[in-house]
Design a protein around this ligand. Structure first.
Ligand code: FHN
Length: 442
């Protein structure tokens, strides 16, 4: 537990999780869709016949990629097959309840026509706003929208990773005004958004200016009450990020879980948290050649289940092509996850930590605030017997799969509050969910 041993002006301003309705909603959504889309989708990890092994959205920093040529890619940005309604429907069918879109990645290119920059969609052959129609389409399909915004801006003449001279500091001072203006503009143009997803906040220029990140966060939440902002935005006055120098979380949820997940409930220290995951190893923007291990729908479902069982949200990333369409592998995964969610989504939405002893077959998820606990079976033992150990004074009263709720599974009592549940033999292709009803003896 954190001890406030250091007096901080720009540390955490709250102890414990937010308790308002907006944050309760965020906590119930559990499955999100991340979209990385920008100029990097045009080269797609390749430049003049050469491929780049790093993340495709970082290609501008690749030594073989002339920066001036990258910065001119906006002249080719023309996603003629961009159909926001179809994007939104596809996300809804996957079961996503929120989405995060890159309004501006590290390259600085803006997917909205910002009046503070010429490096935007407005200067591209496409000319039109990308973000507005996206926000509308997703909202119409019941999906909350969060805006990704990179503080790193490789295109802006005033951006500095590490100011060295007084002139650098003056430039960076202008850059901070620019950031604030752009964020205010986004909030004004897209008032239905639920929050910002900040990134690119690890440079000295940012982390040595805890006062600014603090003021900025307070400013945004003041002009848009209820706005949700994760822990990546903030630094305290000592340069500590995510957690202040007293170990307290800054921001509304822990945002450090990128391509990795907590293992056990102790790892999250009671904080709201979100994990973001790529389907290939480390590619966020479109890369024409996915190399290495590509996660299957079942792996992603298991990660979603694990996250939910540890009271967190899980966000799967997609990198559309430059024409506005999605690659087949991504479409397939969205569909397969969606099929599973259609039957089993009840275990995910509003799901949380169950407090039962974990067993090898998979994960328990409690429907928050109820006595209903789901068993998500990812590994069926060769015996077919699923061990269930309930806490003391708890009795199992009913069990049935979500697939076949009318057919109760008769438990075998193996000990005090301990049971075996036997699944009828069949071939399992996706995780099976069993809903347990329990009662507490008084
Ligand atoms: O550098 C970025 C990366 O390209 C991607 O946007 C991820 C998403 O979480 N964030 C940064 C790395 O942490």
């Amino acid at each position: 537990t954190a001890k406030d041993s250091i007096t901080l002006q720009h540390g955490a301003h709250r102890i414990g999780n937010r308790t308002d309705a907006g944050m309760a909603r965020w906590r119930s959504l559990r499955l999100g869709q991340f979209i990385h889309w920008g100029l990097y989708a045009i080269p797609g990890g390749e430049w003049k016949g050469k491929t780049y092994n790093g993340a495709a959205e970082w290609i501008r920093s690749w030594k073989e990629m002339p920066q001036a040529e990258y910065d001119n890619l906006y002249k080719q940005f023309n996603p003629v097959n961009y159909q926001p309604e179809q994007w939104a429907l596809q996300a809804k069918n996957m079961g996503a309840k929120y989405m995060i879109i890159t309004t501006k990645h590290h390259d600085g290119f803006c997917l909205w026509p910002s009046k503070y920059s010429r490096y935007t969609v407005a200067s591209s052959p496409w000319k039109k706003d990308i973000i507005g129609p996206m926000v509308d389409a997703y909202n119409k399909n019941g999906i909350d929208v969060y805006l990704y915004f990179s503080i790193i801006d490789w295109n802006h003449p005033d951006w500095r990773a590490s100011p060295k001279t007084p002139a650098d500091s003056i430039a960076y001072g202008r850059f901070k005004v620019f950031v604030k203006n752009q964020l205010q503009e986004l909030l004004t143009k897209y008032p239905t958004i639920k929050g910002f997803w900040f990134d690119g906040t690890w440079d000295d220029s940012w982390k040595n200016d805890g006062a600014f990140s603090d003021e900025l966060e307070q400013y945004l939440q003041k002009i848009h009450p209820g706005l949700i902002i994760g822990s990546r935005l903030r630094a305290d006055e000592k340069g500590a990020r995510h957690f202040d120098s007293n170990g307290r979380l800054m921001g509304d949820y822990e945002q450090g879980w990128e391509r990795k997940l907590p293992e056990k409930i102790a790892d999250i220290h009671g904080n709201d948290w979100e994990g973001v995951m790529t389907i290939p190893e480390n590619q966020w923007g479109y890369n024409a050649r996915w190399a290495g291990h590509i996660k299957s729908a079942n792996e992603l479902i298991e990660m979603l289940v694990k996250s939910t069982s540890l009271a967190g949200n899980f966000v799967i990333n997609f990198g559309p092509k430059s024409d506005g369409t999605f690659r087949t592998e991504e479409v397939q995964r969205m569909q397969e996850i969606g099929q599973w969610m259609k039957v089993n989504g009840a275990a995910i939405y509003n799901g949380g930590y169950a407090g039962f002893e974990k067993q090898d077959w998979g994960y328990y998820i409690r429907k928050n605030g109820t006595d209903s606990v789901f068993m998500v079976v990812c590994n069926v033992p060769v015996s077919g017997d699923l061990r269930v150990k309930l806490p003391q004074q708890t009795t199992l009263t009913h069990a049935a799969t979500l697939e076949n709720p009318a057919q109760a599974i008769t438990p075998e009592v193996t000990g005090k509050n301990e049971y075996f549940l036997r699944l009828e033999t069949k071939n399992f292709h996706t995780p099976v969910v069993i809903l347990l009803q329990t009662s507490r003896n008084t």
